[in-house]
Design a protein around this ligand. Structure first.
Ligand SMILES: [Ca+2]
Length: 346
């Protein structure tokens, strides 16, 4: 078989030519040091290295070595080119609102309660929302991503024209981050195919702008430090306008003559009483002056209408999808209810 012959010949080559190969590698490294521009492995690498070196004073040799070690991965290009899932709420909700995800969230909350509630008080964000975010993003840290972050951002920033501006900027930010803002050496970091890292799936610019060293160890570690992970999510919320104690979403009941409403994003744009005047009634008492928006979703038992508020909008700053924000809200409420039940049973 051809493949067998190929394997045999490769074995011979590697065993007899080991030394010359190493010498060549050494020579290559030496040439790389003498002429870093010629060492560029990726299109646009030389310009990127020049910019990062200029803006940070980092060594072009070190930057080139990092980028030379990064690989363009076809799997990453395939993953990002898949059509966005335009999934109805009735199919989206069951993915995240599973018994296991709720139970694990309750157990996680109870196991780390003091830390979570301390961070919740400090930032003014109810801790169940912090737990729900990492529950939806990574199943409480279990699936933080298997791709090398450097590969992901090199692939999308240098080989994917449709979103190159965004991902090249994230790649540049990654290279510019001080070592103590990262969970480990840059070439060892793993994350999603889009280069998001840690339990909360932070992009490099979010690490730069919103990540917090909450445990005081002198390093931001969104992979292994629970205080850093939860304080960083809380800080992200606060910096995007989270209202402490404010509502997120509440079911709305339309009357037969309710005015149809479509919104372009989840930003609250009417006082609740305006939506009431248009035929949407809250199921529970709510502040009629509360700035509100409305989501119309395709639920398991027909159309669902939801009043959404400022904090819902903040969750859509984490992920644009209103379905995501509603799933986080419902998971958070289920976790909070479970914790209350556990308390009552004691
Ligand atoms: Ca830390």
């Amino acid at each position: 078989m051809p493949s067998q012959r190929k394997r045999n010949s490769r074995m011979i080559v590697t065993s007899t030519r080991r030394r010359p190969v190493r010498l060549l590698t050494l020579l290559g490294l030496l040439l790389g040091v003498l002429a870093p521009a010629q060492a560029a492995t990726h299109p646009g690498q030389a310009a990127l290295v020049r910019e990062v070196a200029r803006d940070t004073g980092k060594s072009p040799v070190v930057l080139n070595a990092l980028l030379d070690g990064a690989k363009k991965q076809q799997g990453i290009l395939d993953a990002i080119s898949r059509p966005a899932e335009a999934m109805p709420w009735k199919d989206y909700r069951p993915i995240f609102l599973t018994e296991k995800r709720i139970d694990d969230g309750i157990a996680f909350y109870l196991a780390h309660r003091a830390m979570l509630e301390q961070i919740g008080r400090q930032y003014g964000v109810a801790p169940e929302y912090l737990v729900a975010i990492v529950g939806v993003e990574t199943f409480y840290g279990r699936n933080t991503g298997k791709y090398k972050v450097l590969d992901a951002l090199v692939t999308l920033g240098l080989y994917y024209p449709p979103r190159a501006a965004f991902f090249r900027s994230e790649l540049k930010t990654l290279l510019e981050l001080p070592d103590n803002r990262l969970a480990g050496p840059l070439d060892t970091l793993t994350g999603s195919y889009a280069g998001a890292q840690g339990w909360g799936q932070f992009m490099p610019s979010s690490i730069r702008d919103f990540a917090v060293d909450a445990d005081g160890a002198g390093r931001v570690d969104l992979q292994d430090s629970l205080p850093d992970i939860f304080a960083s999510v809380a800080n992200y919320f606060v910096q995007h306008g989270w209202v402490s104690g404010g509502p997120v979403a509440a079911r709305a009941q339309p009357d037969a003559a309710a005015k149809p409403i479509t919104v372009k994003d989840a930003q609250p744009q009417w006082p609740l009483e305006q939506l009431e005047a248009w035929g949407y009634a809250p199921l529970h008492e709510l502040d009629p002056a509360q700035p509100t928006s409305l989501q119309t979703l395709d639920g398991p038992n027909g159309t669902e209408y939801w009043f959404t508020f400022q904090n819902f909008y903040v969750i859509t700053r984490y992920n644009r999808s209103p379905l995501y924000a509603l799933a986080v809200d419902q998971l958070a409420k289920a976790i909070a209810a479970g914790v209350q039940q556990a308390d009552a049973a004691r």
